[in-house]
Structures are given as structure tokens and as C-alpha cells.
Design a protein around this ligand. Structure first.
Ligand code: ADP
Length: 177
């Protein structure tokens, strides 16, 4: 399912992000960039040790910001590591931080000349962000970015399970009407 905004296709799919063929994939990392469970572990496993070697050199990444490394053995040339907020009820700036994580990943992609990028559902796993709210924020932030910048040709939201996909699909449908 997709929409075109300005010159950018925004697409949602139900798939494994480690198999994406976009120029960059985004990792939902933690602030120490030391790897972990979920999508982070899957990306490091599939991409090999070159990604962690660069993460160690970078040293860390504050919540809401993003850094970039090689894609190692992945099909994607780059991995953009961003850190979403841990959800603690919604009153601790989580929404602004989650939007920043998406926005700063998009900005970094453009800076590196990336034409296509894939996102996981940042903060929607271990970090506990309610998927309905996270989906609205993710799609809205990418939509706004696409309206103001024509450099990215494709933004994919790669959702790992059907429930998350269905929620993103529902939100995207609303945005299309
Ligand atoms: P966070 O700590 O930011 O919550 P998680 O990795 O725990 O990060 O979860 C983020 C989302 O990524 C969840 O929706 C989870 O189901 C999903 N996910 C886990 N593995 C993959 C994968 N291989 N491809 C795409 N999404 C994945």
C-alpha cells in the first residue's frame, strides 16, 4: 500500500527489514549503540561485525537523534541508527522524541545522498510505544518531510507482524482521504 507525496512514494509493507533493498535501512537502536534484541539484533546478525565496529567508534547516540554506518553484508548500503524514546505514559516528551527520531533519520539520509530508505516501527517493541500513536506519528512525520523535500524517492515502513501492518495501513488510509 502506498501514496505519493510531492516526489516521494511512501509505502508500507509487512516484511523483514534486514532483506530490504533500499539504499538505507533504519535501526531502532539504543543510546549506547551496543546492540540488543528485536530489530537491532536482527540487523547486526544479518549485516555482520562491520556495523558494530563502526558503532563502537561512534560511541553512542542520544534519544531522538541518528547516526550512520555501513550496511556491512546487507543489501542496503547504509544503516541509520536512531534511538526512539522508551514509552512512559506519554507525558515525558515521547511524541516529540519519536518524531525527531524519524526526522533526523530522514535528514541524515538526504545528507548522505540516499534515495530510498526503510524504517521499522521505532519504539513499538521493547520500548512499549502504543502502535496506534506511533503509526500516526511515523506516517505524519514522513509525509511532512516529503512535502518539504524532493530528494528521497522512496520511504518504506517495514512492519514485522500483521497487527502492526494493519494499524499502519489504517492510518495511511485515513491520510489518503
Ligand atoms: P524498540 O526498542 O525501539 O521498541 P524493537 O526492536 O524492540 O525496538 O521493536 C521495534 C519494532 O521492530 C517492533 O514492531 C518489532 O516487531 C519490529 N521488528 C523486530 N524484528 C524486525 C525485523 N527483522 N524487521 C522489521 N521489524 C522488526
Amino acid at each position: 500500500m502506498q501514496i505519493t507525496v510531492n516526489q516521494t512514494v511512501i509505502e508500507i509493507v509487512c516484511a523483514d527489514i534486514t532483506e530490504e533493498e533500499t539504499d538505507a535501512i533504519v535501526n531502532a537502536a539504543n543510546s549506547t549503540l551496543s546492540g540488543g534484541a528485536g530489530v537491532d539484533g536482527a540487523i547486526h546478525r544479518a549485516g555482520g561485525p562491520a556495523i558494530m565496529a563502526e558503532c563502537r567508534k561512534i560511541g553512542g547516540c542520544p534519544v531522538g537523534e541518528a547516526v550512520i554506518t555501513t550496511g556491512g553484508n546487507l543489501k542496503a548500503r547504509y544503516v541509520i541508527h536512531t534511538v526512539g524514546p522508551v514509552y512512559r505514559g506519554g507525558g515525558r516528551g515521547e511524541a516529540a522524541l519519536l518524531a525527531s527520531a524519524y526526522r533526523n533519520s530522514l535528514k541524515l539520509a538526504v545528507k548522505k545522498g540516499v534515495g530510498s530508505i526503510s524504517f521499522p516501527a521505532i519504539s513499538c517493541g521493547v520500548y512499549g510505544y502504543p502502535v496506534h500513536e506511533a503509526a500516526s506519528l511515523a506516517l505524519q512525520t514522513c509525509l511532512e518531510f516529503a512535502r518539504s523535500s524532493a530528494e528521497l524517492k522512496l520511504i518504506r515502513h517495514v512492519l514485522f507482524d500483521e497487527r502492526t501492518y494493519d494499524i499502519f495501513a489504517g492510518k495511511l488510509k485515513k491520510l489518503m482521504t
